[in-house]
Structure formats: C-alpha cells, structure tokens
Write a protein that binds this ligand. Structure first.
Ligand code: PLP
Length: 414
C-alpha cells in the first residue's frame, strides 16, 4: 500500500502507526482509505477547487467568495450570530474563543468527556483562567450534575460552561439542548466545541442557545486542515476586549469586516477559501444539511451493528460507549483485544488506516472507526471488511455476521 499519513502533533489526534515496509503485503496498490477522525478525507472536487493560482487578494471576486463562505458557515451552524474566521487548527480556535471570553482570573467550568475536553481545560488554564472541571470520564456530561454545580454559584461567578459536542477521543455525543436547559437562568455563556461534530450531527446554535461555537475545516467540513471558525452571540460579544484579547485574536475585528484581510488578520488563506466554498456547497446546497446528518447517523448505526455482531461470544470486542444515545455520529470507539496489531495489519494489508485508542483505559486495546465527512456505505463497508479480515488473520476472537449486519442496516435503515 502507499504512504502512511503524516504524523500529527502529540497533543492532537495522533497519526496511526506507520505501516510495515513496502513489499510485505500481497495487496500492494489501490487507494488508501483514511478512517481516522480527522483530518478526514477531502473530496477530489474540493481539492480541485483549491488547486488554483492565487488571484488578486484585493479584487472583488475573491472578497465575494469569502462573503459567501461566511454566510454558508452561518447556515451550517444554524445561526445569525457573529462569525470570526482564523488561520489555524482546533487549538487555535480554543485560544481565539478564550482570548475574547475571559480575562485572567475569570472562572470557567469545563465539562470533560475525554481527552479533548481535558486538553481544552488545560489550555484555558494556561491562559490564566481559573478552570474547574466536571469530569464525566469517557461518557457524555450529565446535565443534572451541571445543574447541581451551577446552583452552588448564585452570584454567577462562572463566566462560561464549556463542552465538546463530540469528544473525538471517547466518541461521545453531548446533549447540548439538555445542557442548556440545565443551565437555567445562570448567566454563564454556553461554549461548544463542535470540531468533530459540525456537519456530521445536528447543530442549531441559535435555537439551542449556544453562545460560542468552535469548529475547524478538517473534519465534517471535508476540507484540508488550516482554518478554524468561532461563532459568537451578542451576549458573548458584549464583553468587549479583555486583558487577554490581543489585536490578532480580537473577534470583533474579524466578524462582519468590510475588508477581506481583516476577516483573516492578514493575507487570506486563498486556496482554503475556495475549498470551503466547494465543500459547503456540496453539504448545504447539493446533499442538504439534514440529509448529511442523516447519512452520518445511518453510517454510525451500520458501524454499531457490525461491532455488536463481533461482540457476540464474549471475545472482548465491544462498543466503548454502551448507550446509543451517547454515541457520536462521526466516529465510533471500539474496545478490542489486539487492537494495536489489528490497526497495523489493516494499514499494511488493506490500506485502511484506523484511529488510535486515544484516551481509552488501555489505548493498545482500543481503536476508533471514523465515518466522518466524505464517507458513504461503500467506504464504510470496506473499512469494516478490513477489520474483519484483520481479526481473522490475527486470531482475534469475534462473533460472526458483522458485515451482514452492517449491510442490512444500510439496506434497511431503522
Ligand atoms: C473535539 C476536538 N477538539 C479539538 C481538537 C483539536 O484540534 P486540532 O488538532 O486541529 O488543534 C480536536 C482534534 O482532533 C478535536 O477532535
């Protein structure tokens, strides 16, 4: 199989182990399939849209495309709120939001459901914010615990409640409307990291009362990494600049700007703007957002059907998140004896790269299957078939009928 993905920094979703040296597999050639939860596969159309020489960055045509992209991003998030784009990754989005919401010493409450929530809390703390964690292990937040904590803050000192809609490591889905309801009339901002869920699972920022939303280009948005977006409500905007708000992070300067360079704090990421335009047109205007959500839900259910079949017989393969309502639409976490060896085997023999067991109790016994963004039944069945072949090759005990179960789930969705 061809080359392995490029390694990512340690603090993010790490790249899978490199495949064994070429020449060891009888199955050389053919396309690689990336089933890691970001960066997700980029459609050829999106790559082609980006593949162009830079135009005049002061010309009207590019400014027009940029404005269209901003409008598309608001539709994607279900909001009429403000939107500040940044060149950067998800971590940059975290810092952008924090630099505008907080001053040093402010209090924040982070609901953690895995590795990414914990990293977000750490990064926010590093800015000098007094971070308190409500830790839910590798499960989604319990709104009752949040309500109980906020009831003990009658003065409203907690400025923000922060939560990942999907923590990509635990592959969970937080119930954002229930979290908003649990906040009652507490004045804290509701801040949602939708980096692994926007464009995959429903998000209705305005209807749900989300004040600040963060998402990046490289997952459900089907684009290369490199841009990140922070949507913010009037309530969040009302704070104005704080001691943490450097001119570059200031979201006011970017949102609704009248000059292209101001949106991006300098030279715009020209090729990325074209990529976003194409991808968002595919999502919003061609397939349709509700259809995109529904496709993700169906692919997720087919994946769960396969893993449930493998789990029969008690060999130790199982879905890491027991409650279907608590599972993400974009990625599935699996507990499996021999998971590390299986990932290596699938990459080497089948060209299928699976996600590492990031944040699992024993990461060597866990893997993640992404069904995020540019994914369909053909790709997913290939991924599941590669896993099944790997379990056979490596003598990992598993129940039978998984591929039939996934196929039936796709053929006759519930
Ligand atoms: C939910 C979530 N938040 C934040 C991040 C960090 O994003 P990045 O690695 O682009 O900095 C990730 C990365 O996978 C993520 O999945």
């Amino acid at each position: 199989m061809s080359s392995a993905p490029v390694s990512a920094p340690a603090s993010t979703d790490p790249a899978p182990t490199a495949p064994a040296s070429p020449g060891t597999s009888p199955y050389q050639g053919g396309p690689d399939i990336i089933a890691i939860p970001g960066p997700s596969p980029v459609p050829a159309r999106v790559l082609n849209a980006a593949h162009r020489a830079s135009p005049d960055i002061y010309g009207a045509p590019l400014a027009q495309v940029n404005l269209q992209v901003m409008a598309q991003l608001k539709r994607l998030a279900g909001t009429r709120a403000h939107l500040a784009p940044y060149i950067g990754n998800g971590h940059a989005g975290w810092e952008a939001a924090s630099a505008n919401m907080f001053d040093r010493g402010d209090q924040a409450l982070v609901l953690t459901s895995g590795h990414f929530g914990r990293s977000w809390a750490e990064m926010t703390e590093g800015l000098g914010v007094a971070v308190e964690r409500l830790d839910f292990g590798n499960l989604p937040p319990d709104p009752a615990r949040l309500a109980e904590r906020l009831a003990r803050d009658p003065e409203g000192r907690i400025r923000a409640v922060m939560v990942c809609q999907t923590d990509t490591a635990s592959a969970t889905l937080a119930d954002i409307p229930a979290i908003r309801a649990a906040m009652g009339d507490h004045p804290a901002l509701l801040v949602v990291d939708a980096i692994a869920s926007l464009g995959c699972a429903p998000m209705r920022m305005d209807d749900w009362g989300v004040d600040v939303l963060i998402a990046a280009s490289q997952k459900g948005l089907m684009c290369p990494p490199g841009t990140v977006f922070v949507w913010f409500s009037d309530k969040a905007a009302a704070r104005g600049a704080t001691g943490l708000t450097s001119p570059w992070w200031d979201w006011h300067g970017r949102a609704g700007s009248d000059a292209l360079w101001r949106f991006w704090g300098g030279t715009p990421p020209v090729q990325q703007v074209f990529a976003l335009s194409e991808a968002l047109t595919m999502i919003l205007d061609e397939e349709g957002l509700e259809a995109v959500w529904s496709r993700h839900a169906r692919l997720a259910r087919a994946t769960w059907a396969a893993v449930d079949a493998w789990s029969v017989g008690g060999g130790g393969v199982r879905l890491s998140v027991a409650d279907p309502a608590a599972r993400a639409a974009s990625v599935t976490a699996v507990t499996m004896p021999g998971a590390d060896a299986l990932r290596d085997w699938a990459t080497r023999e089948c060209g299928v790269t699976l996600g590492v067991g990031l944040g699992a109790p024993d990461p060597a016994l866990a893997l993640r299957i992404a069904h995020m963004g540019h994914c369909n039944p053909g790709v997913l069945l290939g991924v599941l078939g590669a896993i099944e072949a790997g379990m056979i090759a490596l003598d990992i005990p598993h129940g039978s009928g998984a591929l039939e179960a996934a196929a039936a789930s796709i053929a006759r969705p519930a």
